[in-house]
Design a protein around this ligand. Structure first.
Ligand SMILES: Nc1ncnc2c1ncn2[C@@H]1O[C@H](COP(=O)(O)OP(=O)(O)OP(=O)(O)O)[C@@H](O)[C@H]1O
Ligand SMILES: [Mg+2]
Length: 306
């Protein structure tokens, strides 16, 4: 459904998208995951036809934006990272306005109100909606035209867990009912893991890794994480080393950090002895299986949300 081939986009000296290849088959949900400035919005906006690549090819169902813009507008539903509505319109009036662009009737508007669970709010002014309700309205607009492809830029950022869950439920229902294809961008690993079979980890305009959650995590098979805080300061190069240590990252202040190890049982005693030798005490210690965030740290030395 979506084929991106060697796409580049620069803003002056910033390489926002720096040679990306992506292939999304029909019915697949894919998540673009990455920190601020990774190039996620730039990439999806190029797929949406809102920005144009400096070089490379983007094809949607075999069609390019240059010659098939009209067709593609009918295939794609999108919501932008920040949606601005007209405050003085109600929910119903807003949907009517967008429905008129596609020549859709009242029946479809009522279906959408039901689908995104805004029936009770149909007479409310958009300005009075909560964050979650606004996001559901934005999703409703994206879905009006029964798009085959959905492109959603951070559809749940800033929402509380319940509101996020509601959006997830709507998206999961669409996948089952319509075999919709979707790319969403997110900072939330649980969102990517729950909704999407393909997870694409981006940083600095490039793809660092992609695959299912299991495939990504199996790259660092049996990786486990020691997450700790101490009452003093240590440096990364003081940590006991053995062949099982995959990656370590210590905060600049030196009093907390994470160590990713291949064999927790053999490493933990070394670590505890080291802390004791330094005449420090641990104020917090947690050992856990690697998550996507840990994977990101292992690949970049940074957290996903920084
Ligand atoms: N119109 C623009 N002019 C100049 N620089 C831009 C423009 N749009 C994006 N950039 C730069 O390109 C890089 C990628 O930005 P982009 O918005 O694609 O990142 P993102 O992954 O969507 O980040 P976020 O998670 O914060 O939304 C950033 O360094 C950004 O400052
Ligand atoms: Mg963005």
């Amino acid at each position: 459904m979506i084929k991106v081939t060697n796409v580049h986009k620069n803003f002056k000296e910033v390489k926002a998208v720096n040679g990306i290849d992506l292939f999304i088959p029909k019915g697949e949900y894919a998540a673009l995951l990455g920190p601020n400035g990774a190039g996620k919005t730039t990439l999806v906006e190029m797929i949406e036809g809102l920005q144009h690549p400096d070089s490379g090819e983007i094809e949607i169902m075999g069609k390019g934006w240059k010659d098939h813009a009209e067709d593609l507008h009918h295939i794609i539903g999108l919501s932008l990272q920040e949606t601005r509505f007209i405050d003085k319109l109600t929910v119903l009036e807003t949907l009517k306005l967008f429905a008129s662009f596609y020549g859709l009737d009242k029946k479809r508007i009522l279906e959408i109100l039901e689908l995104v669970n805004l029936n009770e709010k149909r007479k409310s002014y958009v300005v009075n909606l909560s964050g979650g309700q606004r996001q559901r309205l934005a999703l409703g607009i994206a879905l009006l035209n029964t798009p085959e492809i959905l492109l959603l830029d951070e559809p749940t950022t800033g929402l509380d867990p319940t509101a996020r869950r509601e959006i997830w439920d709507i998206l999961m229902a669409l996948k089952t009912a319509n075999k919709t294809t979707m790319i969403l961008t997110t900072h939330y690993m649980d969102e990517a893991a729950y909704l999407c079979e393909k997870i694409v980890i981006m940083d600095k305009g490039q793809i660092l890794a992609e695959g299912t959650l299991e495939q990504l995590l199996s790259k660092y098979k049996q990786g486990e994480v020691i997450s700790f805080e101490t009452n003093g300061s240590i440096r990364e190069n003081q940590l006991p080393r053995n062949e099982k240590i995959i990656q370590s990252i210590i905060d600049p202040a030196g009093n907390k950090g994470e160590i990713i190890v291949g064999d927790l049982v053999s490493y933990l005693p070394l670590f505890l002895a080291f802390i004791k030798n330094q005449q420090l005490a641990l104020t917090s210690l947690e050992c856990r299986k690697m998550t996507l965030d840990d994977l990101f740290i292992a690949m970049t030395g940074r957290h996903l949300d920084q």
